[in-house]
Design a binder for this molecule. Structure first.
Ligand SMILES: NC(=O)C1=CN([C@@H]2O[C@H](COP(=O)(O)OP(=O)(O)OC[C@H]3O[C@@H](n4cnc5c(N)ncnc54)[C@H](OP(=O)(O)O)[C@@H]3O)[C@@H](O)[C@H]2O)C=CC1
Ligand SMILES: O=C(O)C1=N[C@H](C(=O)O)C[C@H](O)C1
Length: 239
């Protein structure tokens, strides 16, 4: 496949290297500094799919540009989901293809699955409070992480004692605390902790490198062309 890389930072470079190992061709690179190319230079004649990992402030415009160029787009940028309904509407309007995941790692998507199961069970048995913690490198721009938000949404869906989240220690029992820590080059750790008077139960995912994110994004890029609509890892992994 011919893959257009949008964003050639930590993720774009990891995805580019893995794509070539998997036999794909890099159709081009669009990046603020690493390239002069623009998304408008590409079309389905020159790229089969675009993979976008840039910045919270630029992701939506890049997704829009890909959809308008007729390019299926796999987006991994976080921190832009306030525009997601608009992105869905545009996908529908142009009969395009959009894949989004706050985290492409297969392990994290299993974590999301178990997180929802545990939340439902904890709600059934009662007696526990719950909090989310995420740890990332100090270059990370958005807070809380996209993965922590997906995790929190999964808990809120199944654990009605929590009705909202707060990116700080909870101020009321109804708030789900998301504690964000920034430390060195930490790739990405997410922990859900349930505490009762008698015990503690934790669900934890710790990424050891960016390879897992890159592999998941490429699995999505290989899967998306030929499918119309908005998709995520639940569809890809059948979770
Ligand atoms: N969904 C997932 O599985 C994962 C998501 N992410 C998310 O992906 C995003 C990128 O992460 P990461 O690669 O670590 O970040 P980096 O900062 O290392 O790379 C981002 C790159 O995008 C470039 N860029 C910024 N704005 C634009 C634009 N408008 N058009 C083209 N390129 C642009 C930056 O250029 P410059 O440096 O010159 O500004 C930089 O080269 C973040 O939102 C992060 O949260 C990260 C890992 C996994
Ligand atoms: O910025 C990162 O690095 C990461 N961002 C994603 C997020 O916000 O959840 C995924 C991963 O944790 C790494």
């Amino acid at each position: 496949m011919k893959i257009l890389l949008i964003g050639y930072g930590k993720m774009g470079q990891t995805i580019g290297a893995l794509a070539q190992q998997r036999g794909h061709e890099i159709a081009g690179i669009v990046d603020l500094h690493a390239s002069q190319a623009s998304i408008a230079d590409f079309s389905p004649a020159t790229a089969d799919v675009a993979v976008e990992f840039t910045h919270p402030d630029s992701a939506f415009a890049n997704v829009q540009a890909c959809l308008r160029q007729g390019l299926p787009v796999v987006c991994g940028s976080t921190g832009w989901l306030h525009h997601f309904e608009e992105a869905k509407a545009l996908t529908e309007e142009v009969q395009g293809s959009l894949f989004y995941a706050s985290n492409y790692s297969v392990g994290v998507n299993l974590f999301f699955h178990f997180n929802e199961y545990i939340a439902a069970k904890m709600n059934q048995f009662g007696g526990y409070d719950v909090a989310v913690r995420e740890i990332h490198h100090t270059h990370k721009i958005d807070q809380p992480s996209g993965t922590a938000l997906t995790t929190a949404e999964g808990i809120l869906r199944h654990f009605p004692a929590k009705s909202t989240w707060r990116n700080a220690p909870a101020e009321t029992p109804a708030e789900l605390a998301i504690i964000s820590e920034r430390a060195g080059e930490a790739v990405g750790t997410h922990i859900v902790t349930y505490t009762s008077d008698v015990d503690t139960l934790e669900l934890k995912h710790e990424a050891h490198s960016r390879e897992g994110f890159a592999l998941g994004a490429l699995l999505a890029a290989e899967w998306l062309p030929g499918r119309q609509g908005v998709f995520g890892m639940k569809e890809l992994l059948d979770l």
